[in-house]
Write a protein that binds this ligand. Sequence first.
Ligand SMILES: [Zn+2]
Ligand SMILES: [Zn+2]
Length: 312
Amino acid sequence: MALIPEIINVFIENTKNIYNYTVFQLKHPSFTNIYYCVLLAYLFCFTLEVVLPKQRDHGLLSRKGFWLDTFYVFFNDVIIYIIGLFGLSAVTELVFLKTLGLFNIHSLKVVDITSWNPILQVGIMFIIQDFCEFWAHFFLHRFDFLWAFHKIHHAQETLGAGSTRRFHFVEMFIFKPIIYIPFAMIGYSATDYFLFQITVQNVWGFFTHTNIKVKWGFLNYIINTPETHSWHHAKNIPRHYGVNYASILNIWDLLFGYYYLPKDIKPKLGVPDQKEVPTTFLKQMIYPFKLIFSGKYKSTTGNQTSIKPPKL
Ligand SMILES: [Zn+2]
Ligand SMILES: [Zn+2]
């Protein structure tokens, strides 16, 4: 089959499969159903915000952007996963295989760990996923073109559980299918990757953005908490391209020198050119493209994440 029709075919087939899977899941609520687990995680973090609010200068539902964030949760976790991300992961696998085929390699699988001890499998997948996400996040900050998209996530002056999903879907389209490749190399399908991704990474994201008044002490050195992640969203930081890129394990930031958690100051959330970023969904979807096509995305380099120029 010619490559383009094959790509389209793989995309449509996989999208159809995940659509059917999603519809089935949504019709059958249970505690082992991933969509309802995600919803429960959101409600749990939301409850924490009711009980232990950190910023009290806004009501829970009247937090600036609360409804927009809630829409993003639905849009990114359901719509984008169904109509794009899953199919794209399968297409990426196909293109990789075709490219490797030129060198007479016909499988991405280097080792098959799918029959190993389940705990070991989860551990390996977790480390791979989290390490790749860390670098993907770093690149989103480091390169102007990618920052134009990621800026949508950072242009938030308040955070709440739903803030985790306020980001441009192009971010996911660029990185998630690439991060699937190491999963394919150890024997997993796009479905396995999808399920692992949504349950582990997406659920944790709610927690790290939760607006709660809790000190996490030594845990901050190990895992990404609302404390460390609020500094990731701060603009009063010493690094030009940001700090605390971790998804779940803060050890990557410690290891590569990006860990930042000052004791005596508070994070000022948002981006330096906050006013330039639109506050409605459709405009936010268009904004990065406007920046890129007008060439303005390059001029945002000077005020990426931090207010001050880097001292490092
Ligand atoms: Zn970021
Ligand atoms: Zn965030």
